[in-house]
Design a protein around this ligand. Structure first.
Ligand SMILES: [Ca+2]
Length: 339
């Protein structure tokens, strides 16, 4: 199929979807089915579900942002640039905002470290990359985002139907009107950008006021990030990433991305050199950080690195979080040393 033809089909698809969406989601059989299942399986009232989903609006921009199906094999991968990705987050402004945030919320950050073993800078690295410490938490109505992708999205409809379900249950649990909840185009919410299912599973009421509020309570946001990382195996005091030097021509064999498939001892036998003396035992991944036109850098990713990738399944993301964490820690050390 030529690209032009694919484009025409896509356009026709969008028009059909928009036309059906403009008559409202309630008239769609798959939406009726969803509502009936929510009623039968979770005891939500049909009238309330109809009020909420009947008000949901199709958002073309959400559909566009979630993007098309990823290309299948056969298309050459685009050579990405880690330094370019990193530069978006490791700005002077963001690092300075991180140290200010640390000053203001020191007590909560300390308490999170004591309870979950996650150091302040890692929590700040996530907050910094996700929302610039709460500056960009998203302005979409989450009901609109999730309903759009769940029923009209170009991909991952099933996942987003589950998240819509979780949002409705979350709103019931905390007695909030789901129509008032704002978030990213993909339905991620609050300072730490948790999806509804993650809030229900992992978030904590860290300020003890009886509700979990990741938008209004910085304390809840801090505690919830730490609780999330701990649930995915964060181990206090362990390194997340260790720079490695690979023997020539071994990258294609050894780079494993998100997968921790290598024994440290086996990598050493293959001639991989670790940049630190005390290398944790056990399994690690080998992560490639490419720069177009230059040799790539390589890192061994351990359990704590994997915990961060559980937040967002991307080696670039997790490396940038940890780089920002390190930069904020350094900046804070300088500030406190000069006081
Ligand atoms: Ca709270």
């Amino acid at each position: 199929m030529s690209l032009r033809f694919a484009g025409a089909v896509l356009l026709a698809f969008v028009c059909v979807q928009s036309a059906s969406a403009s008559t409202g989601y309630l008239s769609r059989p798959e939406v009726r089915e969803f509502i009936e299942a929510m009623e039968a399986e979770h005891g939500l009232e049909a009238a309330e579900l109809e009020r909420v989903i009947g008000d949901a609006r199709y958002q073309p921009v959400v559909s566009r942002l979630i993007g098309p199906e990823r290309p299948q094999t056969g298309t050459p991968p685009v050579r990405r640039s880690y330094p370019k990705y990193r530069a978006k987050f490791l700005t002077k402004t963001r690092i300075a905002a991180g140290t200010r945030f640390w000053d203001i919320h020191e007590a909560d950050l300390r308490r999170a470290q004591a309870e979950y073993g996650v150091p302040p800078e890692v929590i700040l690295g996530i907050l910094g990359v996700e929302t610039a410490f709460g500056q960009n938490t998203g302005s979409f109505r989450v009901v609109d985002s999730l309903t759009t992708i769940a029923f009209d999205g170009p991909r991952r409809q099933e996942y987003f139907r589950d998240e819509l379900k979780e949002l409705l249950l979350l709103a019931r649990d905390f007695n909030i009107d789901p129509l008032t909840i704002k978030g990213s185009y993909a339905g991620a919410m609050g300072l730490p950008q948790f999806m509804p299912s993650s809030i229900r599973k992992y978030a904590v009421d860290f300020d003890g006021d009886g509700v979990i509020d990741l938008s209004g309570s910085t304390s809840d946001a801090i505690g919830s990030i730490a609780a999330y990382l701990k649930s995915f195996g964060w181990a206090d005091g362990e390194p997340a990433l260790v720079p490695v030097h690979l023997p020539p021509h071994s990258a294609a064999d050894l780079v494993s991305g998100l997968e921790r498939t290598h024994e440290v001892a086996a990598l050493k036998e293959k001639g991989v050199r670790f940049a630190v003396k005390r290398v944790p035992e056990g399994m690690c991944s080998v992560v490639e950080l490419p720069t177009p036109g230059k040799p790539s850098r390589y890192m061994a990713g351990f359990g704590n690195f994997e915990a961060v990738t559980r937040y967002n399944r991307s080696t670039f993301y997790a490396t940038a979080v940890l780089d920002l964490a390190h930069a904020i820690r350094e900046a804070r050390n300088q500030v406190t040393a000069s006081r």
